[in-house]
Design a protein around this ligand. Sequence first.
Ligand code: 0A1
Ligand code: ZN
Length: 851
Amino acid sequence: MKDASPQTIYLKDYTPYGFVVEAVHLTFTLDPDATRVKSRIAFAPNPDATDRTFFLHGEDLTLLSARIDGAEVTPSLTEAGLTCDVPDGPFTWEAEVEIAPDANTALEGLYMSDGMYCTQCEAEGFRKITYYPDRPDVMGVFTVRIEGDLPVLLSNGNPQQAGEGWAEWHDPWPKPAYLFALVAGDLVAHSDQFTTASGRDVALNLWVRPGDEGKCAFGMQALKKSMRWDEEVYGREYDLDVFNIVAVDDFNMGAMENKGLNIFNSAAVLASPETSTDANFERIEAIIAHEYFHNWTGNRITCRDWFQLCLKEGLTVFRDSEFTADMRSAPVKRISDVIDLRARQFPEDQGPLSHPVRPESFQEINNFYTATIYEKGAEVIGMLKRLVGDEAYAKALALYFDRHDGQACTIEDWLAVFADVTGRDLAQFKRWYSQAGTPRLSVNEEWDAEAGRYTLSFHQHTPPTPGQPDKAPQVLPIAVGLLNANGDEVVETTLLEMTEAEQSFTFEGLTGRPVPSILRGFSAPVVLDRDPGPEERAFLLAHDTDPFNRWEAGRQLARESLLAQITKGAAPDAAYLDGIATLVRDDTLDPAFRALMLGTPTQSEMAQVLHERGTVPDPDAIHAAAEALAEAKALRLAPIFDALAMACHVEGAYAPDAEQSGKRALGSAVLSLQTRRDGGVTARAQFESADNMTLQLAALTCLVRAGQDAEALAAFEEQWRHDRLVMDKWFAMQIAATAPDNALPRAEALTAHPAFDMKNPNRFRAVLGAFAMNHAGFHRADGKGYDFVADWLVKLDAKNPQTTARMCAPFQTWRRYDAGRQEKMRAALQRIADTPSLSRDTTEMVSRMLQ
Ligand code: 0A1
Ligand code: ZN
């Protein structure tokens, strides 16, 4: 509930806790309205601490009794926890509290999801379960007894004893409370087994509701692949006798890495060909890997405090990206990651919510599970790896695991292993962790024909961000290759290490003026300000040997075409259309890559680009330009639709692997163009004959875009009304893909649909999140789109602050738009801010945006 003056917490104020936890025993007696939690915790003074105040966090708890060494005590209770006088030496704390999981709609702590008990403790949810030092640097060994009239009772670690209505679990690995988990419900297991490299058998279970058993096989395979990969690539073995995963329908995020008991949003683990798209399968594989990899990067080595969140998240995202690159196509994964970074992290880094990868203050930590901490955090590790090389990276990681196993660490610890292994001074590199904002990199070229010398001069500059007016130069690894006029590579990819604000690099011994391919593989997360002109881009599109930059050349041509269309009323660029037409026909190229080449910048990306170039974006003009470009592309490619459709033909049974899904991705890109030419005949036929969700949903999306969707939407709903995850797609897609004018009426109507349930985060996001993705629909000039979203955010905040706060993000770009829209967005934000009893989460988000 609204804090009169929300407290800001600072990194610089960190002090160790006054006590260590030697052992924790918890007993849960489950009841939806009155669950009892008994705790017995062995504390001892922490020799590394000076402050011996005994404070335990606790929120929304009813304290029934408290004892120290068996004697009843009366602690002083505050809103945030309790304090109590304690003995000088070691002592045992015992308490009994009562909580009400069924009334917990925030989905933090112990809550209920359709009759099933489950927990979410990261970051600070454990304090809603019992009184405890709920901070990641306090690690304890947990033993848990669960009593409840439910068939399946799970907690962390290894199962001990169990009987009718009770079970005991013991986790031998000391852990912070945020990794605690409990699940109880009527669940069934899809089980398997894994033998570790050193020969230990691990029982694997994926627990789901009865009826979902058929959606488990893929997740289980992904888990086994992840376990093997972490052994082979990072030398990390699993360390318990069992690994449990549970799927829950009501979950704020994707999934959670609780020790030995990962809890997943069912959308992030359940999959079948009939109900899931190729993109779903790929995402599920990545999330399973991510959570599993946390077992070492997060659990065995955890964070000292929440300012160090990127220590586990940046590294684990980096590791899961490497895994996906190994399992599928590395270039396709890299391009997809950059698309995502630009769509989600760049706006954050360049707007009012900008914060460093390691923030220095926060009010609500839940608001810092951001694209900056996760994705930019992973980019920073990618740069570090590039700078030190693969071998030194592997040594540094081995040292990290060796030196810090069982500890709660900082970014300083992380960088120290790299400094120790390489002898490098990483002081300047560390600015990537402390400076917010996206650096902008500009380039000048000089060619000395006589001397055969080519010089690239770079200039870097990071614009101011909130609280950081002046920025120092950062270390930029700039991967560059040079091509000659025939398209042959005359200088292979070379890593230039830029450390100054301005710096030049010279290439000698060239026989002709080269064409540079700069920032290959997107070697640093910067905005490259360079306009080499359409010819050079078309040349790189045709010849670059670096797949990322080849894609980037096409993307830039599309971007420039759209810009010229918007700002000068130009026609779609013929050079772009020609280049794409040639490339998409090239059967030597991976279909997945060709599908990416066919994509164009999203409308919000175009708004961002216009803003970067000092032009106020007009959402309607952007939409019109995107439509015109798509029409022109459809016209240009129409003669080869049939040939392309042949190239996309998949033999044999459906498999969500890279090869088949690449073909289907290309097929879907072609179908959407084809729909513009044939009035939806092909899409309708595909919709009717599809035997998997990828083809079915792609066809339906085309029909929605074409405004030919009434029958197909009804048929789809009829077919899938029993399946929550498929219905989320039905809700989301028809709003995201419809014409801007139709988006608001449609979204409004869907909030009145009997299956709309605001308490389910997936369903809420399917409607409100999808609406905000319909760029011109959300940014309607009359401001009604903003009001609609704001109204729902106010309603949701009273129930679920965390999801509400996350969903404020579409407003973060409000200062980009014209005065009329700005005023309407600002007013909507102000209305949210003025809501009585607004949560701390949402208060922090809207006040940062309004600052
Ligand atoms: N650590 C999880 C994500 C996660 C974070 C916060 C949550 O609640 C506030 C829940 C899940 C991960 O990185 O997968
Ligand atoms: Zn994570």
